[in-house]
Design a protein around this ligand. Structure first.
Ligand code: MG
Length: 181
């Protein structure tokens, strides 16, 4: 069974960097309630905050989302895990993301890392992603990882954090073992 795992807003948290850019460059202290159901850089006057994504080093120093390391490790032991991330729009993200994974997820083999531009080419049994758009074209089961911009999305099974992901796949394994008798 193959699981496709997204990086940004699933394994790595971009929001602290967006908040910092909003404050330092535009003098705006943004509260998370302000961008519920959308992106921070969709707020008036903050469109340019998105430009941090193009900067060298941005993806290298993002905090790891809580419990991601332990749960990805558990999934890695039981499934064919692939990390699939949209990277080609951001030229400096390649090395930054690679080194970030090497530092925080050293158990992930390089053959299981996919840098792409369009996730509709990816195949698998499960996909964990914060963007419904990526789940739309996926033929397997889509799990929507909760993030502020997707709070109004209702079409997919929602996982609010990594512990819920862990429980979902523990159940999935139990169900399969029971079926196999
Ligand atoms: Mg993402």
């Amino acid at each position: 069974m193959r699981i496709i795992i997204d990086m940004d807003e699933v394994m790595a948290d971009n929001f602290p960097s967006f908040h910092r850019a909003a404050e330092e460059r535009f003098g705006r202290v943004v509260r998370p309630e302000e961008y519920r159901g959308k992106k921070l850089y969709d707020l008036p006057g903050l469109a340019e905050v998105r430009n941090v994504l193009y900067e060298k080093g941005h993806f290298r120093h993002l905090p790891v989302i809580e419990n991601a390391v332990e749960v990805v490790r558990e999934l890695y032991e039981h499934y064919e895990v692939y990390i699939v991330t949209t990277a080609t729009e951001f030229r400096y993200s390649f090395l930054d993301k690679y080194e970030w994974l090497e530092e925080h997820f050293p158990f992930i083999h390089h053959s299981r890392i996919v840098f792409c531009g369009d996730k509709s080419i990816v195949h698998g049994d499960f996909m964990i992603d914060d963007k419904a758009k990526n789940l739309d074209s996926f033929e397997g089961v889509g799990l929507l990882f909760t993030s502020s911009p997707n709070l109004n999305e209702r079409r997919y099974h929602r996982v609010n954090n990594w512990l819920e992901v862990r429980d979902y796949f523990r159940q999935e394994r139990k169900g399969r073992i029971a079926q196999e008798g």
